[in-house]
Design a protein around this ligand. Structure first.
Ligand SMILES: Cc1cc2nc3c(=O)[nH]c(=O)nc-3n(C[C@H](O)[C@H](O)[C@H](O)COP(=O)(O)OP(=O)(O)OC[C@H]3O[C@@H](n4cnc5c(N)ncnc54)[C@H](O)[C@@H]3O)c2cc1C
Ligand SMILES: NC(=O)c1ccc[n+]([C@@H]2O[C@H](COP(=O)([O-])OP(=O)(O)OC[C@H]3O[C@@H](n4cnc5c(N)ncnc54)[C@H](O)[C@@H]3O)[C@@H](O)[C@H]2O)c1
Ligand code: SF4
Ligand code: FES
Length: 818
């Protein structure tokens, strides 16, 4: 039987197009058979969040907006990885590069934009990319593992967010900008200079007034040459110099195209039954590059397609917020003072606050805020409403005040006066009405619940003050301040989870998720390994470790390398080996054709480039304990030669190091733990950048904690000075157990010590009874830990996990990666 539904085809599986479909499904769920083509091999994801992924604030798996199941459950045919190459508007059919044909009654084009790539010589070299999609994000993360110098061309929103992410990844980052100050499309000079200073303090370098002329290098980029003859070293160049609406398909198909595909207030193009929305569309001369207007367009188009009444789309006023942690920047409307306007400025160089309001005919037409952006959402709503702010200008500049009238009103009465369809969360297109409904009818009583229910505040976070205001307005006393959850699956923080696991004696990951009301069925790559760790830490003797909740390296007890091979690092206590041991390692390396044998920074031998299938055989032949170079556990104890051989040495650092390594090998810890022992204050073993560092002094030992030699170098804090080797071990046991019991999963001691403060740790460990109790608990944990490779080598079933077929199954079923 032929379907009575009309055929709707969407080209472009991105934020604007899919949002329109979501609206349509609510308005007219049965009207259309829907087919979506998407050039990217992913379901619809939140492009905005790519900046957060790069900066370490989110995982790629967390940014999916509509997963494959969503398409299936709404009977949408999704062609992922298919680019539509032709539209036959006469016969109403589209054709993809893979040869798929789809008839349409109505067709939506939502093809987004292409990043603009400067057409300079060398722009096609390896290492020159844009920042637009998941692939670019992955390339940057991958590149940062091998290369040092990154150059971002373009000091706009995208360029600065990319630069911040690359800094987080440990690269040296220079931002090249063509003007004499950054973000000139959103900020005035004063705000831009304050921003630049702040970003420089974070480690970013700026090359201003630079015209890029050529990219040099053989196959891969080596440097960027400027018109003034100077150059910058570059292993990676990210171009962030603006975007161009992606109109090629529309143009080829005979649609009218200006800067974007031309549309009227109903998002109709010049060809009947063909619509365009999102960044590819041009409406009243504007092609937008932010999501809020695209969502507004999507809502109008959905009404049009559903046959519901709509006044059409009349254009949008936009606001932006830079998503860089530690920096608050907000800009809305006209910031550049057009003729006939007046500006009010407030600048506080001590606290780093700058505010500027632009006023025309007694109306607020623009605002720039730096350092204190709390009033941003309210100022933005005044800009949009166009109401008079006469007499209120100064109070608005210095902070919103109470009184009569909208401009003077308190935030609560201001929110009350807003229309229900006014958008509160621009990033996710959530209206005041939708949030109010979630609170009054949906029972949400915290910002986190509103986020889970409506997506408001889930992206840039700029609307959070408004969401909090609405919560206060509608939930009153029942509103609860909930701390940020450990991930998007729960609103509970680490301490609450650990306390509840203990109180209710929860014993499995699944049980914790069920009992504590997880909002996802399977959890995610953040909460699953965390829960696995907390359960193992709390119930060392009973808990059965869940392999599937471990990160990939821990599941295979080996570090996966960039080419998909693995590494083997046998344990060499204290870094002291013997000719016989070296011979054995050499023979194994030769026998299995190991491409590289290398000393690690922690004084161990690393066999690199090993195939997964060979891992059990290599470990069997080595017959040495695992060096645990892959896990969140004790890695190595680095030692100097100490008093046995060194003329400066006051104590036997080698013996101390070996003792500590034998004591704590295999210990599960929240994050990796590195130790070192130096035989005198010259500190050749670099103990003061380790998680637990021991430095010999005359008549005793200094114990140092919380050091880190990685991306964010941190020198240790002195915990205490002790006299004997036994005391060193006693304090090490107490410190490590206290860390195990109180830090969050994946939190290095350096971050933990900073967070909780050294004094609180000293206080907790000061009491000898408490140290003994902690020592006993770590003893229990250590007593149940076994060598993983001994176990695998002797277990036929476990060995099967390393066979190629298991590998393929694992790839298909997916797992946690980190
Ligand atoms: C890193 C980054 C951070 C950002 N941050 C913010 C922010 O904080 N706030 C904000 O408001 N905006 C932000 N933006 C901009 C925002 O992401 C875009 O405005 C928005 O994604 C545009 O939506 P769209 O659907 O029009 O285009 P897109 O999301 O780009 O979707 C278009 C899709 O169509 C596909 N496509 C193109 N041609 C074809 C074809 N012929 N056949 C099939 N598929 C095709 C493309 O592959 C793409 O997947 C950011 C953008 C980036 C890159
Ligand atoms: N937080 C946010 O809202 C956010 C974040 C990222 C991206 N975006 C959006 O994504 C789109 C792309 O962002 P964008 O920053 O690339 O675009 P943009 O057009 O806003 O900024 C590009 C910047 O590059 C500079 N530039 C141009 N040519 C240059 C050259 N040859 N050398 C050096 N600098 C040069 C420009 O002066 C400008 O400041 C925009 O629509 C933006 O709004 C928004
Ligand atoms: S730390 Fe002191 S004892 Fe150890 S090698 Fe250096 S100088 Fe010698
Ligand atoms: S405005 Fe960005 S998350 Fe709401």
């Amino acid at each position: 039987m032929e379907s009575s539904r009309k055929q709707l085809v969407l080209v472009g599986n991105g934020m604007a197009g899919v949002r329109a479909i979501e609206h349509l499904l609510k308005l007219a769920p049965d009207k259309y058979d829907i087919t979506i083509f998407g050039a990217e091999p992913h379901p619809n994801y939140n492009r905005i969040m790519l900046s957060s992924v790069l900066a370490g604030g989110a995982d790629l798996s967390e940014i999916v907006l509509n997963d494959d199941e969503w398409y299936e459950s709404h009977h949408i045919t999704l062609h992922k990885g298919h680019t539509v190459t032709e539209i036959d508007t006469r016969n109403k059919v589209v054709i993809s590069d893979g040869g798929i044909l789809a008839d349409y009654d109505e067709l939506i084009l939502a093809t987004g934009s292409n990043p603009f790539m400067l057409p300079i010589p060398g722009a096609d070299k390896e290492g020159v990319i844009a920042f637009r999609d998941i692939k670019d994000c992955e390339t940057m993360m991958e590149t940062s593992r091998t290369y040092r110098n990154a150059v971002v061309i373009g000091g706009g929103l995208l360029g600065l967010e990319a630069a911040r992410g690359l800094l987080h990844l440990g690269m040296n980052v220079s931002v090249v900008h063509i003007h004499d100050y950054i973000m000139e499309r959103q900020l005035d000079r004063e705000a831009a200079l304050m921003l630049q200073r702040e970003l420089e303090a974070q480690g970013m370098q700026f090359l201003l007034k630079k015209q890029s002329e050529a990219i040099l290098g053989h196959k891969r980029v080596k440097s960027l040459l400027f018109a003034d003859g100077t150059s910058a070293d570059a292993d990676l160049i990210v171009m962030a110099v603006g975007i161009r609406p992606n109109t090629a398909l529309a143009e080829k198909s005979g649609l009218s195209v200006g800067r974007g595909v031309l549309v009227n207030d109903y998002l109709e193009t010049n060809v009947p039954n063909v619509y365009a929305i999102g960044e590819c569309a041009e409406h009243r001369g504007i092609a937008y590059g932010l999501v809020a207007p695209l969502y507004e367009q999507g809502a109008v188009l959905a009404k049009r397609l559903a046959g519901a009444e709509t006044n059409g789309y009349e254009g949008s006023v936009t606001s932006t917020k830079l998503k860089v942690s530690g920096v608050d920047v907000f800009s809305a409307g006209r910031y550049e003072e057009p003729a006939g306007s007046r500006a009010l400025r407030y600048q506080d160089e001590i606290d780093g606050v700058y505010k500027k309001l632009v006023i025309e005919d007694d109306k607020l037409i623009g605002a720039v805020l730096f350092g204190d952006t709390a009033d941003g959402p309210q100022l933005f709503s005044l800009i949009k409403s166009g109401e008079s702010i006469k007499g209120q200008e100064k109070s608005l500049l210095l902070g919103l005040q109470g009184g009569a009238g909208m401009a003077k009103a308190s935030p609560a009465s201001r929110l009350q006066a807003m229309a229900d369809d006014e958008i509160i969360c621009g990033c996710n297109g959530v209206s005041k009405g939708a949030i109010a409904q979630a609170i009054t009818e949906g029972g949400c009583n915290s910002v986190l619940q509103i986020k889970a229910c409506t997506k408001a505040s889930a992206s840039c976070g700029g609307c959070k003050p408004l969401v909090e205001g609405l919560l206060e307005l509608y939930a009153g006393d029942s509103a609860v301040q909930v701390k940020e959850g450990i991930c998007g699956c729960t609103s509970l923080g680490r301490d609450e989870i650990v306390a509840e696991i203990k109180r209710m004696e929860l014993k499995t990951v699944k049980e914790v998720m069920n009992v504590l009301g997880w909002n996802t069925e399977e959890g995610c790559s953040k909460c699953r390994p965390s829960l696995n760790y907390y359960l193992g830490m709390l119930w060392p003797e009973e808990y059965r470790d869940e392999k599937e909740s471990r990160i990939t390296n821990e599941r295979y007890h080996a570090n996966i390398q960039k080419d998909g091979t693995y590494s083997v690092v046998p344990r060499i206590y204290g870094g002291v080996t013997s000719p016989a041991e070296l011979k054995k390692i050499a023979e194994v390396a030769e026998k299995f054709d190991v491409p590289m044998v290398k000393f690690t920074g922690g004084q161990r031998l690393d066999l690199l480039g090993v195939q997964k299938k060979d891992l059990p055989k290599i470990w069997e032949e080595l017959d040495m304990p695992s060096g645990h170079a892959y896990g969140k556990t004790l890695r190595t104890v680095k030692t100097c030669v100490g008093s046995t051989f060194c003329r400066f040495g006051t104590q036997d650092s080698i013996a101390m190091g070996i003792r500590l390594e034998r004591e704590f090998e295999r210990l599960n810890t929240p994050a990796k733990v590195k130790l070192a022992v130096s035989g005198c204050p010259r500190n050749c073993a670099e103990a003061t950048i380790k998680d637990f560092g021991v430095v010999a002094i005359d008549g005793g030992w200094e114990l140092h904690v919380g050091g880190n030699g990685g991306v964010h170098v941190r020198a240790t804090d002195l915990l205490c000075v002790v006299r004997t080797e036994d005391e060193v071990v006693e304090w090490a046991r107490a410190f490590l157990q206290y860390y195990r019991e109180n830090a969050s999963w994946n939190e290095r001691t350096s971050n933990w010590v900073e967070r909780v403060g050294l004094d609180s740790i000293k206080e907790a460990l000061a009491d000898p009874d408490e140290r003994t109790a902690l020592g006993e608990r770590i003893g229990t944990a250590l007593s149940v830990m076994t060598d993983p490779w001994k176990q695998i080598v002797n277990d036929k079933d476990l060995r099967k996990n390393f066979e190629p077929i298991a590998e393929e199954q694992d790839r298909i079923s997916g797992g946690v990666t980190a």
